[in-house]
Design a protein around this ligand. Structure first.
Ligand SMILES: Cc1cc2nc3c(=O)[nH]c(=O)nc-3n(C[C@H](O)[C@H](O)[C@H](O)COP(=O)(O)OP(=O)(O)OC[C@H]3O[C@@H](n4cnc5c(N)ncnc54)[C@H](O)[C@@H]3O)c2cc1C
Ligand code: FES
Length: 503
């Protein structure tokens, strides 16, 4: 197993760096979050002549977008049968169409601008190797037929696995997401866009005619419209997003095969699911194999997830090298449809886009196209589908109750956990929950012996964080915040670091 946990995308692409915001600024639109959502939206708005500032808390593209597998497809797992039952046939069809248009937008942007980003058309396959799951594939296929989604119901697939049933969605695609987005960044700057890194947006003061975005350092961006593309919304304004979104991590291996790959992008509908696609960039040919999803902070020892993926790869493809491994997380909404639109109904100039359920290449592009129209005052037929104010009793209420009962369970269990280890017991490059002055704490010892001890109570809403050995982070099981081993926030909703404990 490789020691490096950098993604292939980040390792193979140099993205320019930008200064932090040091003086107050007035623009038309503040876009917060420099992942695929923020960059795509900023690019589109600047093209329309808007003055846009793009802010990122860290470096652009180092969030989930830098750690994706980047299949560009409207085949979002088994979803269409479920959508028909929960949100109705018309909206289920719109969901497909929004994602299909997003694929077309990416394809056209790549072709028109001759972007060299390994863009290639591929068939997407969802398949099962279990007799018991054939009925699920058949139900999904009926939904394709009902909605008029182009595809093919087949048994076999080109991969060397014992598939029992599959659905092929043709003319989907793959790309190198960072090579593509670098190009959009260049155009954004050429169109007058401004980018600020290491600039964390903390809150907004809604106002008329201008809203103010306040950063951690106290600098302010005044703007007519503000959009949270920060993955977890950086402001909530009583939208209760922490209770309406949950975070799931997943793991990826970058594999060099010894044999040939038959082509195609695959996702198994089995448990545990496996995702496969190939990439060919700068003379490097790899297979990306993903899976092992679990709620953030609630998995087994993280290294075990990589080991299980490796076993799957060797059983399926034989001997191989594995030069890359990484993991990341994405957010899911109560009804599995992203939240894109006004953060709450009565804030006409504050927007969010999030909750892509690991299908953010097309969903973020659909979000950028929709939000661009909303900001420019143009009607868009997808507004109702994605509005964050929607509520479907089934399935939203059920998911809300299950997810929030899970949060309550982790809140209580973390407090009751009996901890026996002391910081002295922690070995080099080990992290563990320990007891300090009779209280639960977290300790990590660097290879050179330096010890970091932090209060494990999450600064968001007080759950107890868990050690993630694969990434050397403290992860919160309640709403998915993540902290470095020394306590700094890596991913929200938490905004404050874990308290360091002198030891
Ligand atoms: C393992 C894995 C595999 C995936 N594979 C696929 C796939 O094959 N196909 C697909 O379509 N989707 C896939 N996805 C999903 C997709 O990668 C994500 O949905 C998408 O990248 C999310 O993009 P984003 O711009 O919303 O968020 P991010 O890329 O996370 O960007 C958010 C940015 O906001 C910044 N930020 C956060 N808080 C603040 C703040 N307060 N102030 C300023 N900046 C802030 C962060 O620093 C970050 O740069 C996958 C996801 C995972 C986890
Ligand atoms: S992320 Fe909400 S309590 Fe930790």
């Amino acid at each position: 197993m490789p020691a490096s946990s950098a993604s292939f995308w980040l390792a193979s692409t140099e993205v320019s760096s930008f200064d932090k915001l040091t003086t107050d600024l007035t623009v038309d639109v503040a876009v917060v979050g420099g992942g695929i959502t923020g960059i795509s939206l900023a690019y589109l708005l600047a093209k329309e002549g808007k003055q846009v500032a793009l802010l990122d808390a860290g470096r652009l593209l180092n969030g989930t977008t830098g750690n994706t597998t980047a299949k560009i497809t409207a085949q979002h797992d088994l979803i269409y049968d479920e959508l028909i039952h929960h949100i109705g046939e018309e909206k289920a069809r719109l969901y497909y169409e929004a994602n299909d248009e997003a694929i077309a937008f990416i394809r056209n942007t790549v072709l028109e601008n001759k972007i060299s980003c390994d863009f290639a058309e591929e068939n997407a396959y969802i398949y099962t190797t279990a007799e018991a799951n054939i009925a699920m594939i058949d139900k999904e296929w009926k939904a394709y037929e009902k909605l008029g989604i182009p595809g093919l119901r087949a048994d076999r697939i080109p991969l060397p696995v014992d598939a029992k049933a599959s659905i092929v969605m043709p003319n989907q695609a793959r790309f190198h997401p960072l090579a593509y987005l670098k190009h959009l960044i260049k155009h954004f700057i050429n169109n007058g866009g401004q980018i600020f890194e290491e600039t964390t947006a903390m809150s907004i003061n809604p106002g008329s005619p201008l809203t103010t975005v306040v950063t951690r350092d106290g600098t302010q961006v005044k703007c007519r419209d503000v959009v949270s593309c920060s993955h977890f919304p950086f402001y909530d304004v009583s939208g209760f997003y922490f209770a309406r979104l949950y975070a799931e991590r997943a793991y990826v291996l970058g594999v060099k095969l010894n044999g040939d790959y038959p082509g195609g992008m695959y996702l198994s509908a089995d448990s545990p699911p496996r995702s496969i696609r190939s990439v060919s960039f700068n003379g490097e040919d790899l297979l990306l194999v993903g899976g092992e999803r679990h709620k953030t902070g609630q998995g087994i020892c993280t290294m075990k997830h990589y080991e299980r993926l490796e076993t799957f790869v060797r059983d399926t493809f034989g001997s191989c090298e594995i030069p890359y491994r990484w993991s990341a997380q994405d957010l899911t909404t109560l009804d599995k449809v992203p939240y894109i639109g006004h953060v709450v109904k009565n804030e006409p100039h504050a927007y969010i886009a999030t909750g892509y359920r690991k299908w953010g290449m097309t969903s973020s592009t659909a979000a950028a196209l929709l939000l661009k129209d909303m900001i420019l005052g143009i009607d868009n037929r997808y507004e109702d589908l994605y509005t964050p104010s929607r509520f479907y009793a089934d399935p939203s209420l059920k998911t809300f109750l299950v997810e929030n009962a899970d949060v309550a369970k982790h809140l209580i269990n973390g407090k009751l956990e009996w901890v026996t280890r002391e910081p002295e017991d922690v070995r080099p490059d080990e992290g563990a929950v320990v007891r300090v002055n009779g209280k639960r704490a977290g300790a990590y010892r660097e290879a050179d012996g330096t010890l970091y001890v932090v209060d494990t109570t999450c600064t968001h809403m007080g759950c107890e964080v868990q050690w993630n050995a694969g990434e050397r982070t403290w992860d919160c099981p309640c709403h998915g915040s993540r902290f470095s081993f020394s306590g700094e926030v890596i991913e929200g909703p938490a905004k404050k670091s874990l308290k360091q404990i002198e030891y």
